[in-house]
Write a protein that binds this ligand. Structure first.
Ligand code: BG6
Length: 461
């Protein structure tokens, strides 16, 4: 039986990308960010030794890319501004060449009827500010707010949808807990301070935006439902703590303007509360988001710990739970991530039930595949697995909408294959493949499929 999945009028069909992953840091005038620095000192940490210098050369090829977006029916596209490009060094003078570049990209998108959504920070701290302590240093918050204000003033006449941060928990995990981002520190106390200051920077940017502009501003969070192994109270407790650390540490202050009581209690018990200032609580409460971007790739499954943590090992969120491999789980074998399409529905229902049904959209969802050339046929990659992946997620999203969730769109990660931090070009995610030698873009099968979905505002299956 064929079922029709029709989406609400004006649904946002598009994709997301970030500055560091696409522009090419060797292109144009640009200050150094932590990725340039880390690659210069430890190139071996990056897959096949590939760094951020060239990436997809979007800096020079944005016109062709935007034309391709238009062709596959994008009505929206999320990009990010590189702070180190707009303001080299992170504070001080604005780089006029960067202003011209971002103006051209924005104008080109608008001329093609694609609404640009702009994100201000996607893992890319200017190196000089990192040297001052990055998000550990409260002064850096002021630099960020100045940068945000500069961006609003330069582009706010045309940009009506802004995001302060993409996945702010990732630099915390990568840079301060699990050693996959610069500055490669392993220290939960410092991680928690970084997370807290990021949230204060976020709230101050929201405040600055609302003061002078009347578009929407939000945050993009990677929400990862924490499914317990069982209903055993020990497993439930493990999943509750996991949810506090990895979802609610940003979701609650962003949407409700306050941290969960249980999280505060737990950090207090372990002597890990961050340093705060008077006025912070009010700031958070008064500056909640207008819109939430939800990145969803995989669920998290957890169970109670099998053994007590080593008391000599550093304090970690993982002191409170073990990861759980559910027998029979469906996997993306290439990326090593579980595929659980219903997760997208569970997230949306949770936002409806516990977060005032805040306006949201899927800001990233996607499937990374290694060695995609295997699937080449007559010059194009036949990525039926990606089509299925998107379709199955869209079905659950559709159900959430039918049940009243306030979700406005779906963006794939990502438009074209791009450079992905330590993984560089290992996993390919795009609608378009990119030949790294020639920079030729070629539409994959999923691109044509998505063009039809966008045109029909839905699909039959
Ligand atoms: C998302 C990030 O979490 O995952 C992107 O926002 C990133 O920046 C994407 O590229 C895919 O990551 P990976 O490690 O599979 O290449």
């Amino acid at each position: 039986m064929t079922v029709t999945y029709q989406f609400p009028e004006n649904f946002w069909w598009g994709s997301a990308a970030s500055a560091t992953q696409t522009e090419g840091s060797n292109n144009g005038v640009k200050g150094k960010d932590i990725w340039d620095q880390w690659f210069a000192t430890e190139p071996n940490r990056f897959f096949e030794g590939v760094g951020p210098g060239v990436t997809s050369d979007f800096y020079n090829r944005y016109k062709e890319d935007i034309k391709n977006m238009k062709e596959i029916g994008h009505n929206t596209f999320r990009m990010s501004i590189s702070w180190a490009r707009l303001i080299p060094g992170g504070r001080g003078d604005v780089n006029q060449e960067a202003v011209t570049f971002y103006n051209q990209v924005i104008d080109e998108l608008l001329a093609n009827d694609i609404e640009p959504f702009v994100n201000l920070f996607h893992f890319d701290m200017p190196f000089e500010l990192q040297e001052l302590g990055g998000w550990e240093n409260r002064e850096v918050i002021n630099d960020y707010v100045n940068y945000a204000r500069t961006a609003f003033d330069l582009f706010g006449d045309r940009i009506k949808t802004w995001f302060t941060f993409n996945e702010p928990i990732v630099p915390v995990e990568g840079g301060y807990l699990y050693d996959f981002h610069y500055p490669n520190i392993v220290d939960a106390k410092r991680a928690i301070q970084v997370a807290y200051h990021t949230m204060i920077a976020h709230a101050k940017a929201v405040e600055a935006y609302h003061k002078d502009y009347n578009g929407k501003i939000g945050i993009v969070l990677n929400l990862t439902p924490s499914y317990p192994r069982s209903q055993n109270p020990a497993d439930l407790k493990a999943s509750h703590i996991c949810d506090l650390f990895f979802n609610r540490s940003f979701l609650d202050p962003a949407v409700k303007g306050e941290y969960p009581e249980d999280l505060i209690k737990l950090l207090e018990e372990h002597g890990h509360l961050p340093v705060t200032e008077p006025g912070d609580q009010h700031l958070l409460k008064a500056n909640t988001v207008d819109l939430l971007g939800v990145n969803y790739y995989q669920p998290r499954r957890v169970k109670a710990k099998d053994s007590l943590p080593n008391p000599y090992s550093p304090f970690m969120p993982d002191w409170f739970f073990d990861n759980y491999e559910m027998p029979g789980r469906k996997m993306n074998p290439y990326r090593g991530w579980e595929i659980y399409e219903k997760g997208i529905y569970d997230i949306m229902m949770n936002l409806k039930q516990s977060y005032g049904n805040i306006e949201s959209f899927i800001s990233e969802n996607g499937m990374g595949v290694q060695n995609e050339e295997r699937f080449l046929n007559n010059g194009r990659i036949e990525d039926d697995y990606r089509i299925d992946f998107i379709k199955e997620h869209l079905k659950w999203l559709h159900k959430a909408i039918e049940e009243g969730c306030n979700v406005k769109g779906y963006h794939l990660w990502t438009f074209m294959d791009n450079w992905s931090w330590m993984n560089a070009y290992k996993n390919r995610y795009g609608f378009f493949s990119v030949d790294l030698k020639t920079q030729t873009r070629t539409a994959k099968k999923s691109a044509s499929w998505f063009a039809e979905v966008s045109q029909q505002n839905g699909f039959n299956d």
